[in-house]
Design a protein around this ligand. Structure first.
Ligand SMILES: C[S@@+](CC[C@H](N)C(=O)[O-])C[C@H]1O[C@@H](n2cnc3c(N)ncnc32)[C@H](O)[C@@H]1O
Length: 269
């Protein structure tokens, strides 16, 4: 194995581990939000930016062989494990570059993806256009605006809040530098309304999780160590202090605010 493939393999393993932890924390809320729609066994579903595919797998168990689930991602290798044991199709698809079939799905779901894209509104419209008239579009995106970070940190233990606040602020700044929209969650409802969606529901959640070496913040912080230290955003000792806080299994954290919106697509003429 050459060093390049070793690095790539190790980055893949770390991303799998981080996204598995991500799913463990966020999936129960998403299951409930989707279940309330009343998913039917003959539905055609799209799970966009599917990550490790836990939601695609869950949808596949709902729709059975009468329906179908297409899971897309720019890193479809992340989906391999889930696709082995569940009836869904996994493909490479870039939401910022590739088109989607129009009016093709009874349910379109996309979680924690649009806020990371440099053309989130365009991707939103592509997902909205892929939803059948009368079908459901469900988008969940974080809101990492300063006021939302502040809100989450006000509900975080006071000895932990400064570390969380700095970490989330640095994350939001890095997203902005790449042209992404860290506060995208706060735009979601407006986009649904502007696109004519009806029967709208909006929920916001900050999900609790325990600290630990394998916890979401520890895994996320470790992944960006080089970028943080290289850019001077954190000193080595600040990085180590933050990691020690996130690694502590006695600490309780909240995820950044996740905004979940669902609505039905209008009839198009
Ligand atoms: C934070 S993860 C969320 C994964 C999954 N949706 C979940 O909630 O568990 C973001 C996902 O978006 C994917 N992604 C990033 N850019 C994308 C793009 N342009 N088109 C499609 N997927 C993309 C990443 O590969 C990653 O799997």
């Amino acid at each position: 194995m050459n060093s390049e493939s070793y690095i790539l393999r190790s980055a893949h393993t770390e991303e799998l581990q981080r996204l598995s932890e991500f799913s463990r924390i966020y999936d129960p809320g998403t299951h409930r939000f989707l279940r309330e729609i009343g998913i039917r066994p003959d539905w055609q579903c799209l799970e966009a930016g599917a990550g490790t595919g836990t939601i695609a797998a869950w949808l596949a168990s709902f729709v059975g062989i009468g329906g179908s689930v297409l899971a897309t991602d720019t890193k479809p290798a992340l989906l391999e494990n889930a696709a082995k044991d569940h009836e869904f199709t996994a493909i490479y698809h870039d939401l910022t570059q590739d088109s989607l079939a129009e009016n093709a799905y009874d349910l379109v779901h996309c979680r924690a993806v649009l806020e990371h894209l440099d053309s989130a509104d365009q991707a939103f419209h592509s997902l909205a256009g892929a939803t059948n008239a009368g079908g459901w579009l469900v988008i969940e995106s974080h809101d990492l605006s300063p006021s939302s970070i502040d809100l989450v940190c006000r509900h975080t233990r006071s000895d932990l809040a400064p570390t969380v606040s700095k970490f989330l602020e640095l994350g939001a700044q890095a997203m902005s530098r790449f042209g992404a929209t860290p506060e995208y969650g706060s735009k979601l409802l407006h986009n649904f309304l502007d696109a004519g969606f009806i029967e709208l529901t909006l929920e916001t959640h900050a999900y609790p999780f325990a600290g630990g070496a394998e916890s979401l913040f520890s895994l996320s912080l470790s992944q960006v160590e080089e970028a943080l230290l290289g850019s001077g955003a954190m000193t080595q000792s600040e990085y180590e202090e933050a990691l020690a806080v996130f690694n502590n299994p006695d600490s309780e954290f909240l995820t950044p605010l996740l905004v979940s919106v669902r609505g039905r697509a209008p009839t198009r003429s």
